[in-house]
Ligand binder design. Structure first.
Ligand code: G6P
Length: 609
């Protein structure tokens, strides 16, 4: 995780770097720092906490300078404090880093033997020292960085300046994102395009093992063996407005309310009156999908929950076997891959370390092909996949994922329909599913209208320590997602169970202090779920039931509430039922006064293992 931004310009760059860091805070926010090079001197400011804490220190004692690097941290090695905050300075060298250096202990020991004294607990400081050692041997900054990264094991994106080379920043990447922002008479580096949207929309994405040197005049890219290389320039479509919070109190709330539009964008020009359109999955997609005999889905966090919903859908409608697994497990085990299996990676960011590693591992395992379902067009996952389906959610800033999830579901619903038609699903049912998917944006819009009722409900969660979420079928992953949202941002311990498992353990926890949230769509499993709810009632548990308007569920509860939702159909119901659970978590967190958009210890983009 961690965010990097760097600049080589004629104007003073510290304010630009701070603005860039604020856009990158989703990547980590436990400490921040910046360093600016001016007339052979490096001025540095670092602080524990959010970027604004560091900004306040800078504003109290600002410094000029046109060359600088900056960092917002998500701690891996060493607690979040000022000493461990980046940039790290050793000798002539100042450096910021995103990633983990796995061989830093042995490198550090060697450097200590040479007399280097370290002031932090980080793996990063070792890199700065190595670059300094290489400069002492007579190398330029670029040569010194190249020589250093060749010695590193692990993952990194770095930006480095040297006191001896004014106007120059050298960057490098392996396993963590870094891109160049091309300005007029000024150039930048950033962890993503959002960080640079204030200064340029011309972006060059670095490839694995690239090293780059930027100055006011331009950017030169080199491969690991030091050969110059060209990379294409892209026009980023991001606008500064897309990352504004507008009238909303938090990004998360804004993003929840953007879902009808975001889902409509995902579906646009991909599904017509007669069903899913051809060539939705990229060049050669339809031909490749025609050969699919099974599917493996790999993802992390919320994206994993989207994959779990897809398993229910694809198996039911396309009758193809599907397995879903978290990437950190998949990558380290010997999965059996039957012939004709499609590998699907789901990732909002397209940069999650475990998901990327799983994708790379899949190359060795003989899949039919890989499909990335992703929200960031130039991300590593998209660039490395054979087929891609962009979710088009727009930038998601809140660390707890909301619109990224429902747009992933919309994308997976398109895939399900494509496969279902190909596998011969009855045309009446196919048409019904397509009509439901067309209705999804409106159904989500209706679900959002429950907000006032949910705010009332949220008040009862303020003193709670635990909550249980129940669902069945494709709504079990919805329950998992609801419980994840609650724990992420309100810090209430929450667990989700398939409702049928209740009596195999979690029922022991149910008492008057344990709210039980049940997702109750209409359908064949409703009666089974009702029996599970009775089991909770009989033990005095407080039930909160999100029920389909068409489902017959009587009040009957001594304690608890029923909220009615028009799900718009059995197929799209998981996406619709997700919305009130997001709202519940959001309002509980607001009432408990937590940092909703940047919950403690988490980060949005997990680029470390
Ligand atoms: C982090 C985020 C989650 C996200 C997960 C996977 O844990 O906080 O919101 O679901 O990473 O990220 P990805 O970008 O691969 O979907």
């Amino acid at each position: 995780m961690c965010g990097i931004v760097a600049a080589a310009a004629q104007r003073d760059v510290a304010p630009l770097l701070i603005a860039g860091l604020k856009a990158l805070e989703y990547r980590g926010y436990d400490s921040a720092g910046l360093a600016v090079l001016e007339a052979g001197q490096v001025h540095r400011v670092r602080a524990k906490g959010k970027v604004r804490e560091m900004e306040a220190l800078y504003l109290a004692d600002p410094f000029p300078g046109g060359t600088g690097i900056a960092h917002t941290r998500w701690a891996t090695h060493g607690v979040p404090n000022e000493a461990n905050a980046h940039p790290h300075m050793v000798g002539r060298v100042t450096l910021v880093h995103n990633g983990i250096i796995e061989n830093y202990v042995s490198l550090r020991t060697e450097l200590q033997a040479k007399g280097y004294v370290f002031t932090s607990e980080t793996d990063t400081e070792v890199m700065a020292a190595l670059v300094d050692v290489n400069i002492s041997k007579g190398m330029s900054l670029r040569e010194a960085v190249l020589a250093t990264v060749r010695e590193l094991e692990g993952a990194y994106a770095i930006a480095v300046i040297s006191r001896d080379e004014p106007g120059r920043v050298v960057g490098a990447r392996r396993g963590a994102p870094l891109l160049i922002g091309v300005g007029i008479g000024e150039n930048f580096l950033g962890s993503d395009a959002q960080a640079l949207v204030q200064v340029t929309n011309k972006i060059i994405y670095l490839e694995e093992d690239d090293v780059v040197e930027i100055s006011r005049e331009g950017a030169r890219i080199y491969t690991l063996d030091g050969k110059p290389v060209e990379r294409a320039t892209h026009e980023s479509e991001l606008s500064a407005d897309a990352v504004e919070r507008g009238e909303y109190r938090h990004y998360m709330q804004k993003e929840i309310f953007e879902q009808p539009r975001a889902v409509a964008n995902t579906l646009e020009a991909r599904i017509g009156a007669g069903g899913v359109l051809p060539n939705v999955f990229g060049i050669g997609g339809d031909e490749l999908l025609a050969k699919v005999k099974g599917v493996h889905i790999i993802a992390c966090g919320t994206s994993y929950h989207a994959g779990m919903v897809a398993k229910y859908w694809i198996e039911e409608y396309a009758r193809l076997p599907v397995s879903v697994e978290v990437a950190s497990e998949y990558r380290y085990r010997e999965a059996v891959v039957p012939e004709g299996t499609l590998f699907i990676a789901i990732s909002q960011s397209g940069e999650t370390a475990d998901t990327l590693a799983a994708m790379r591992e899949s190359r060795r395992r003989g899949y039919l092909g890989t499909l990335a379902i992703c929200n960031v067009p130039e991300s590593s996952a998209v660039r490395e996949a054979d087929l891609k389906l962009m979710t088009r959610a727009g930038p998601e800033i809140g660390v707890a994922s909301t619109k990224a999830f429902t747009t992933q579901l919309a994308a997976l619903a398109l895939l399900t329909l494509h496969l279902a038609k190909q596998q011969g699903l009855d045309s009446a049912r196919y048409n019904d599913l397509c009509a439901q998917l067309h209705r999804l944006p409106r159904a989500i819009d209706e679900a959002l209208k429950l907000e006032p009722q949910i705010i009332e409900l949220a008040a009862s969660f303020i003193p709670r320590h635990h909550a249980l979420f129940l669902g069945r079928g494709a709504h079990f992953p919805v329950a998992l997602e609801g419980s994840l949202k609650l724990k992420e941002i309100s810090y209430i311990h929450a667990e989700a169970y398939p409702a049928g498992e209740l009596k195999h353990g979690p029922l022991a926890l149910v008492d008057e202090d344990m709210p039980v949230v049940a997702v109750a769509p209409n359908g064949p499993l409703l009666d089974k779920l009702k029996s599970n709810l009775q089991e909770v009632r009989a033990r005095g548990g407080e039930l909160i039931v999100f029920a389909d308007s068409a489902a017959h569920i009587d009040g009957g509860a001594t304690r608890g509430s029923i909220l009615r939702i028009d799900a718009g159909g059995d197929f799209i119901a998981p996406a619709v039922f997700t919305v009130p659970l997001q709202l519940l978590a959001y309002h509980v967190a607001v009432l408990r006064g937590t940092d909703v958009d940047q919950p403690r210890n988490l980060a949005k983009s997990v680029t470390v293992e």
